[in-house]
Ligand binder design. Structure first.
Ligand code: SF4
Length: 384
């Protein structure tokens, strides 16, 4: 028996009793059954950038609304963005919508399970294709994400930092070896992901509960958490955002749609001025008046929002006295160059596709409810 066969066998034997009961996992204990490929694809896309605890309710709601690729393809992109609300990284929702359109056009509405066909879908990379192909169809397709790389690096005491290209290449080769040796590649893949998420964690691996403890070189060296070395994180750049929350006499608020692409692309927000440099009170006041705010406009508060690459320092201004904004909104709607602008009731506001930071802006102004989730949660994500 090769080392890869032994490792695969240990992982496959461990997984049925250790797997968390997640809703996209069905028939976990029955190797003769396969998983729904569409549900698996949706779960894997959501899990790329978001923590499991947040994905579970979002996945259930998304699948209830879009149980098939056809259901998502029939919806407008904006509906997909609204259903993604609170998950962050909305580009994934746009790409999943595009993938659904492609599945309907090229695969008769059936999610492919061939790794090459999967990779041809918008937004599906090598990791996601391998996960869906192996889990939903039992294909011997390799996977490497942060969890898998960590387990493999420790198992072999392989030096190098987490994002280092040679280490990532080595991990892909190891994963290919592992699934080729596995009798159930999908179970083997899910098991190593689960092991990295629940046992072989970054700071405090629970080696006493690990099925691979007997063959783990990092554990034998006495300091498994040293593998892999921490990834050098690029410094976040500061962005200053002045958000203006304006209401009309009937209590509606003014919303503006961001340009597609880039940070929070295509999502709705309060009228917002962004700048690399801080915006002082005089500048904020002048801009708010230019946007049509009345003399009573004033600062309401602020907060810092962290994204992967930015530290966004929000200042929220608001107030009444917006008589001329109705005209501006109408002008904006008529101009293709201007961002789409819309007056909405608080109930409509709750339905607009909007990031959690933008919801917090409105909450600070006393409109709508903030997303209770933390601003800077750093979930797992695929490696390049
Ligand atoms: S023995 Fe410890 S370090 Fe090695 S794979 Fe298992 S949990 Fe990770």
């Amino acid at each position: 028996m090769t080392a890869a066969q032994r490792t695969a066998g240990l992982l496959e034997g461990w997984f049925p009793s250790a797997a968390r009961p997640l809703p996209w996992r069905t028939n976990t204990h029955d190797p003769g059954q396969v998983r729904d490929a569409w549900g698996t694809l949706v779960a894997e896309v959501m899990l790329q950038q978001t923590q499991v605890s947040r994905v579970v309710p979002a996945w259930l709601a998304f699948m209830a609304r879009f149980p098939t690729p056809g259901a998502l393809a029939r919806a407008q992109e904006e509906e997909a963005l609204a259903a993604w609300s609170g998950l962050g990284y909305y580009r994934r929702a746009r790409l999943l919508h595009a993938a659904a359109l492609r599945i309907v056009a090229e695969h008769h509405g059936l999610t492919p399970t061939d790794p090459r066909a999967l990779r041809a879908l918008p937004g599906v990379g090598r990791y996601t294709a391998g996960a869906v192909a192996s889990i939903a169809a039992g294909a011997p397709a390799a996977i490497v994400d942060g969890n898998v790389l960590r387990v493999l690096a420790r198992l072999h005491a392989r030096p190098g930092a987490a994002g280092w290209a040679p280490l990532v290449r080595w991990a892909w080769a190891q994963s290919e070896r592992l699934v080729a040796a596995a009798s159930r590649p999908g179970v083997c893949n899910e098991a190593i992901m689960e092991l990295g998420a629940t046992v072989c964690t970054p700071a405090a691996p629970a080696c006493v509960r690990c099925p691979l403890a007997g063959q783990c070189r990092a554990r034998a060296l006495g300091a498994p958490e040293r593998f892999p070395a921490p990834k050098a994180r690029a410094a976040r750049t500061d962005l200053h955002a002045l958000a203006l929350v304006l209401r009309d006499a009937s209590g509606r608020v003014l919303c503006q749609r961001r340009a597609p692409g880039g940070l929070w692309g295509g999502l709705w927000q309060a009228a917002t001025l962004e700048s690399a440099a801080p915006i002082d009170d005089a500048g904020a006041h002048a801009w708010a008046r230019m946007r049509g705010a009345g003399a009573g406009v004033r600062p309401l508060g602020g907060f810092v929002w962290l994204t992967t690459h930015r530290r966004v320092r929000f200042r929220v201004w608001g107030g009444a006295g917006v008589c001329c904004l109705r005209r501006r909104a109408a002008q904006s709607a008529a101009s293709p160059a201007a961002p789409p602008t819309r007056w909405v009731s608080p109930a409509e506001l709750a339905q607009l596709p909007m990031g959690s930071a933008q919801r917090r802006v409105f909450e600070l102004a006393g409109v709508g409810a903030a997303d209770p989730r933390p601003a800077a949660a750093q979930p797992r994500g695929p490696l390049p």
